[in-house]
Design a protein. Structure first.
Length: 415
């Protein structure tokens, strides 16, 4: 039997045990995991150094190496995040609806664990701990398949977590790591119906699309974000500048960062020069349409390929539009249903934008960078869903549950 099928089978067996655990037992296990991450930090950091050394040899960029790097401070932050999850309400067992039928049947709709969750992700080893903690808190077993760049780190982290779980009521097999870095291991996970209940991909557009297009296991699509900010003719300049700068440059590598700034032609004629200089002063490369170039000649040309690109970098498209209709049309064509913003003082325009834009999160006068489980008050997230079924937007603990109907009778039969 392959590694993938063997470990998924072990996780499936563990899921049956998880379903019986109390919130207190789950929290105790998570606290042991958090403590182990600190007490075993030397071995984790030593394994992480193997990944960093391999990355340097392969010419990995400095920014990616920084995302991969673990330090005592970063491990403390990761452990603190686990403790934060301990303090969050456990959604499992929550009664969502009750029904009393005329025939005397009493029906409850309750939250229950999904079962076994497959996570396919790239780079940062903190995702390994985040995903494991969120899944275990909700009574789900998890099969993790991280990127090859972090394999040594992930292997060490999982060994530490499993050893910690062996001292709790939670089975150590509830957390599994696929160590085979060949793409075939991903392909096999995508077809593990009956062992995996859902797959959540987290990473770049190519990884997500491979999973969505090839999986027979149900998928929750996350991540890819071509996000827009539209400033209409009534937008306050100071507000628009602050929101646009934050949405693009506060952390450009994440999925809720802005990739295209849409400006009403009246606003652009008055303010685009100043705004472009502001972006240039913080080393953001600008690309724009013909109307943008007419106002600011030094801006490079943008085409449809640019508008369809998630840069995750200090690069920004600018497009001048004649009205809200054109802005909505552009977002409808190039957006990825992630996060979209309008900056306006016109209440009717704001309401129309919020109503008509098809995205997981829509904003009026606020940066798209807020699309995040922590910022929404969920405490933590396993990803940001850009689809419409099961979950949409930042996925906190409730999104990692399904539902079950409990029907209590006194001998009723159907006639």
């Amino acid at each position: 039997m392959s590694e993938v099928r063997t470990k998924a089978s072990e996780a499936k067996k563990a899921a049956a045990v998880l379903n019986r655990l109390t919130t207190a037992e789950k929290n105790e296990a998570l606290l042991l995991m958090a403590e182990a991450l600190i007490s075993k930090q030397d071995q984790i950091i030593a394994a992480n150094e193997e990944d960093l050394a391999r990355g340097r040899e392969q010419g990995t960029s400095a920014s990616l190496l920084d995302r991969l790097k673990l330090t005592p401070e970063r491990l403390q932050d990761i452990a603190d995040a686990v403790k934060l999850i301990v303090g969050l309400p456990d959604p499992v067992g929550e009664v969502l609806e009750t029904i009393r039928r005329p025939n005397g049947l009493y029906i409850e709709k309750r939250r229950v664990p999904i079962g076994v969750i497959g996570m396919i992700y790239e780079a940062r080893p903190n995702v390994t701990v985040d995903a494991a903690s969120l899944c275990l808190k909700t009574g789900n077993a998890v099969v993790l398949r991280g990127g090859s760049a972090a394999l040594s780190s992930n292997r060490s982290i999982i060994a530490v977590l499993q050893e910690a779980l062996s001292h709790s009521a939670m089975p150590a097999d509830a957390v599994q790591l696929i160590e085979d870095s060949n793409r075939s291991s991903v392909d096999e996970m995508l077809k593990l119906n009956g062992l995996l209940d859902v797959i959540i991909p987290r990473g770049g557009a190519s990884l997500i699309q491979n999973v969505v297009q090839n999986a027979t296991v149900p998928v929750i699509e996350t991540g890819a974000g071509i996000c827009h900010t539209y400033v209409d003719e009534t937008g306050d300049y100071a507000m628009a500048e602050a929101i646009a700068i934050n949405a693009k440059a506060q952390r450009p590598s994440v999925c809720n960062a802005m990739e295209t700034l849409l400006l009403h032609e009246t606003f652009a004629r008055t303010h685009l020069n100043n705004l472009a200089e502001k972006f240039r002063s913080i080393d953001v490369e600008l690309k724009g349409c013909d109307a943008t170039h007419d106002i600011v000649p030094w801006i490079d040309a943008a085409n449809d390929e640019n508008y369809a690109t998630e840069y995750n970098d200090y690069i920004l498209n600018i497009k001048v539009v004649k009205d809200l209709d054109e802005a909505l049309s552009h977002i409808g064509r190039f957006g990825t249903q992630h996060s979209e913003c309008i900056v306006t003082a016109n209440a009717a325009n704001a309401e129309r934008f919020l109503q008509e834009v098809d995205a997981a999160a829509v904003y009026h006068n606020a940066s798209t960078r807020f699309t995040d489980g922590f910022e929404f008050g969920f405490g933590a997230e396993i990803g940001i869903s850009t689809q419409k079924l099961h979950a949409r937007g930042p996925m906190g603990l409730p999104a990692l549950t399904s539902t079950k109907y409990r029907v209590i009778g006194s001998g009723q039969i159907r006639t």
